[in-house]
Design a binder for this molecule. Structure first.
Ligand code: AMP
Ligand code: MG
Length: 234
């Protein structure tokens, strides 16, 4: 039920049941109620707190990758929210889940990506790392994250897989913010070395309607309530 909305960019049809299930569950927050200064911060917690939806996403991906003529040998997840989605798929497929982690987080000897920016800028450009030897020549990997925004994160993963000698089968995220052209960043990078890399995002920003806003209307208190204050309110 996938449609190709741009070259090598795939998404669910909005009339598919899984699209609707994601649309009903997803919550986004305005900058006032979110950790980052982006217009719509998509909360992965609204996905993980819905077990039926988690199961549906898992089953969709497991079924999809089992049918590949050459199925993935590894699932790679991006620090940190890719860690919530990748393992349930990897376990079912019976393949390793490999952690792509930010600088200073991974153990062992590491390969690092080029520095990259994200939709919300951190103080310094980030780098992503993978442990040397966790994937290699002959590995067929899928990259997993919650959101594809400007695509800097995705590109870092493509670099790490390439520099490990592995083949990337596709990049997957639940939500693609298509107006940020994240797939195009990878497709146009480095003389087109990743120009035919499939990007699969299940829904786009049209799933984040006004009704999906999680902001607490009229709330003027502090966003974080202290332990003691919360106790006193019970
Ligand atoms: P980017 O590298 O710009 O594609 O950003 C993607 C990464 O940043 C993903 O790992 C997301 O977890 C996070 N991210 C970026 N924009 C958003 C957003 N609007 N809502 C939630 N997460 C986001
Ligand atoms: Mg992230």
């Amino acid at each position: 039920p996938l449609k190709e909305v741009a070259p090598y960019c795939f998404t669910l049809s909005p009339d598919s049941p899984l699209w609707g299930q994601i649309q009903r569950a997803y919550r986004w927050y305005s900058p006032k109620f979110s950790p980052h200064d982006v217009p719509q911060f998509a909360d992965v917690g609204s996905i993980t707190e819905d077990p039926a939806l988690m199961r549906a996403i898992r089953d969709f991906l497991v079924d999809r990758y089992r049918k590949f003529p050459e199925p993935p040998t590894h699932i790679l997840g991006f620090d940190a929210r890719g860690f919530l989605l990748g393992p349930m798929v990897a376990v079912e497929l019976g393949v390793p889940f490999v952690l792509l982690r930010k600088a200073g987080k991974n153990a062992g000897v590491l390969i690092s990506s080029e520095p990259f920016e994200k939709e919300y800028k951190e103080k310094n450009p980030e780098v992503m790392t993978v442990r040397l030897g966790s994937i290699g020549k002959g590995s067929r990997v899928v990259l997993v994250d919650d959101v594809l925004a400007t695509g800097g994160t995705a590109l870092s993963g493509l670099q790490l897989a390439e520099a490990s000698g592995a083949t990337v089968l596709e990049f997957f995220a639940i939500l693609g913010l298509t107006f940020l052209k994240g797939a195009q960043l990878s497709h146009s990078y480095g003389n087109g070395r990743f120009s035919q890399l499939p990007f699969l995002t299940l829904v786009d920003e049209s799933a984040l309607t006004d009704a999906n806003c999680g902001d607490v209307v009229g709330y003027e208190g502090p966003r974080t309530i202290s332990y003691r204050e919360a106790l006193s309110r019970l």
